[in-house]
Write a protein that binds this ligand. Structure first.
Ligand code: ZN
Ligand code: ZN
Length: 686
């Protein structure tokens, strides 16, 4: 329906026209029309406020009500006031809520039970229980809804005990809790995992014949799922007389929540065969469930299938699917989703945009992350943390510190995660004094350092060779030192060849993580570098006896939408011959430029020449060579490795990047390395 909006219009005609535009769903045009009505009547105000709320634009709804109050000669009637209360409940702003409460008093609607109930509900949504309780107490006549609203307010505020008290009191006041009451209290039992209280409510529901209500049954399924009683959840579900899509979604989420992905996927297929009309919630649940349980590829397949079935992914779907791209480091898939958002002008909220920022950083495109972050109109602590962590993992410690400063300047309060990010940035960039300063400033922000923060500090000091000092901090940790802290110290011991402290760190590590091969390998390396062969051998024997082995190192690279994986000495690639030839030629050039193979990184007791040959076969070298052979005009290649990049490869790639004059980005298990012009962003420290 497109017609020219009239320039002037009577309030009655305006009301009619507004209604029909609203019914067509065009909220923007409705607003344009509304602004042209010289004196909109109460119906028009009410209609537009309600529509804003229904469309999730409660902010605009509340603003519109404020605009209404500026009108002369107009006062809200009961319906208009109710629409404002509902808008404010959705908006959740306490200051506005109190204003509207005052209006209700001023215009004499406080004895109206419907208005009173809505006000109780509004305060509950604003998490202001005292307000809800006060309105409730003032109500001259109360009904079941008043009690239920009060109870829900307690639930919203997390006061489970108070909610139960209201549940019992309403019974003794002659109001029996109905299906709505029961389905309001059950989510609290789920949230706080109060199985016993939940079972009591279940018993009450059965006795009073509300257990079969679809909302109650779904809430019960959710309760048992949250308390890890999947069998009970399933049996409530099986007993349901009518199962709608909502109840199916709840049982689907229940299996994902308990890590039973295969069963969840079975349920989802069953939904299709039983022709359950799949809702947005169904798709969003299956996609986010898959991602949370590591089924990243499946999640992205469902994203496609959803569209094939005619449903357009919404911003929740997108936010659920983006981490799949980050987890798989699939820049191509991530870019596809980004393009989809752009093409379909999908409403992107803070969470979606933050997920995009993280996806690009995780896939190696830090510059794009920065661009998106800078365009965000509003940034919360999670957004700032994401950008700080992104810079930290790319080895941009100074940038992370700068962001940290800006964040505080903007008045955003840092949390514990912020400090983890900043400290890890300092450790990757060798900013020792800054790191110490940040660590000691935590208490100024009222944050107690936790084990992770201590580990980061130990890492910073260990990387700088200040091993004794690092060991001192471990000894002074108020909690039991974690594997992270000892591991960081051991890492430092390897670089600075401190056998004494390495032995201590190793002893503690083997107690905490007896089966982690990485620790044994690291300790072996310390002994090998110190030429303490017998001790190295001893630990390799222990590894053999325990049957633990280092996971094989592998590197991968994406070329033309296909992922190519390489392991040590891999000959399986079609271009293997070309790769070794390339490495030979480059090998000669880098030696001329000053590269020396560092055979410390070879464990086997081989002679020098053989050791160098083994180094040449490392998976990261093969992947880099393959990438450079298949550049397709790109100036940057992205290589990923499952373990830490080896020191020799690191050196080799630095020289290679200079000789071929390309940027080589390698993401290993710890961080990103950006190689350019013979240097690495990690400044040879990782
Ligand atoms: Zn290597
Ligand atoms: Zn590096």
């Amino acid at each position: 329906m497109r017609f020219k909006l009239p320039s002037n219009i009577s309030s009655y005609l305006g009301e009619k026209l507004l209604k029909s535009i609203l019914n067509s769903g065009d909220l923007n045009r409705a607003r344009q029309l509304f602004d042209k009505i010289p004196e909109p009547n109460l119906h028009s105000w009410t209609n537009l406020i309600s529509w804003y709320t229904k469309q999730g634009l409660s902010n605009d709804a509340v603003l519109l009500y404020s605009l209404f109050k500026k009108q002369k000669n107009q006062f809200p009637d009961r319906i208009l006031l109710l629409s404002a209360v509902k808008a404010c409940a959705a908006y959740g702003d306490l200051t506005k809520a109190k204003e509207i409460h005052q209006d209700a008093i001023k215009f004499g609607f406080l004895s109206d039970v419907t208005v009173g109930n809505a006000l109780i509900n509004m305060y509950g949504k604003c998490k202001f229980c005292e307000g809800a309780q006060a309105v409730f107490n003032e109500l001259p006549v109360k009904d079941v809804i008043s009690w239920t609203s009060l109870l829900s307010s307690y639930v919203n505020c997390g006061f489970l005990g108070e909610a139960f008290r209201a549940f019992r009191e309403m019974g003794s006041n002659g109001f029996s809790p109905n299906a709505v009451t029961v389905s309001s209290i059950l989510p609290a039992c789920s949230k706080f995992k109060c199985l016993d209280s939940g079972k009591q409510v279940h018993g009450y529901a059965v006795k009073n014949g509300v257990a079969e209500n679809a909302f109650v049954a779904s809430a019960l399924v959710d309760l048992y799922a949250s308390c890890s009683c999947l069998k009970d959840a399933q049996s409530v579900f099986d007993c349901m007389l009518v199962r709608d899509v909502v109840s199916w979604n709840v049982i689907l989420a229940a299996y994902f929540l308990n890590g039973e992905s295969e069963n969840a996927l079975r349920i989802f297929r069953e939904m299709s065969t039983k022709r359950v009309p799949l809702s947005y919630d169904s798709w969003n649940t299956v996609i986010s469930g898959c991602v949370q349980n590591g089924y990243n590829t499946t999640a992205l397949e469902y994203l496609v299938e959803m569209q094939v079935k005619g449903l357009k992914p919404n911003h929740i779907t997108i936010t659920s699917a983006l981490p799949a791209c980050s987890n798989m480091e699939s820049l191509r898939k991530g870019k596809e989703i980004h393009a989809y958002i752009f093409r379909n002008s999908i409403f992107t909220d803070l969470t979606t945009t933050t997920a995009l920022v993280y996806m690009y950083a995780k896939c190696g495109e830090l510059e794009i992350s920065h661009k998106i972050f800078n365009l965000m109109p509003r940034r919360d602590v999670v957004a700032w943390n994401t950008m700080i962590i992104a810079n930290a993992m790319h080895g941009r410690g100074e940038e992370a510190l700068l962001l940290f400063k800006h964040m505080i300047d903007y008045g955003v309060k840092p949390n514990s995660v912020t400090f983890t990010g900043v400290l890890s940035g300092c450790s990757h960039s060798r900013l020792i004094d800054k790191g110490l300063q940040v660590f000691h400033s935590m208490r100024d922000h009222f944050i107690e350092p936790d084990a992770d923060h201590y580990s980061s500090l130990v890492d910073i000091l260990s990387r700088a060779g200040r091993l004794e000092e690092a060991y001192g901090y471990i000894q002074r940790m108020p909690m039991k030192p974690t594997a992270g802290a000892w591991g960081a110290l051991l890492g430092g011991c390897r670089v600075y060849k401190n056998v004494e402290l390495a032995r201590i760190a190793g002893k503690h590590l083997f107690e905490i993580e007896p089966d982690n091969p990485g620790n044994y390998v690291l300790l072996c390396n310390v002994f090998v570098a110190a030429k303490l062969w017998s001790e190295a051998l001893k630990y390799r024997k222990i590894m053999e006896e325990k049957g633990i082995s280092k996971p094989p190192g592998c590197s991968w690279i994406q070329v033309k939408n296909k992922v190519f994986t390489f392991s040590v000495g891999d000959q399986s690639n079609e271009q293997s011959d070309k790769i070794s030839e390339f490495l030979n030629v480059i090998g000669q050039k880098v030696r001329l430029a000053g590269y020396m193979p560092n055979t410390d990184f070879v464990l086997q007791d081989l002679d020098q020449e053989d050791k160098e040959a083994v180094l040449c076969n490392h998976s990261e070298k093969l992947a880099v060579a393959f990438g450079l052979l298949n550049l397709n005009g790109e100036s940057t290649i992205h290589v990923f490795k499952n373990l830490r990049i080896c020191g020799d490869c690191h050196n080799f790639i630095k020289f290679t990047a200079k000789i071929v004059d390309k940027q080589i980005i390698v993401r290993d298990s710890l961080r990103f390395h950006h190689f350019k012009d013979g240097l690495c962003s990690c400044k040879d420290f990782w």
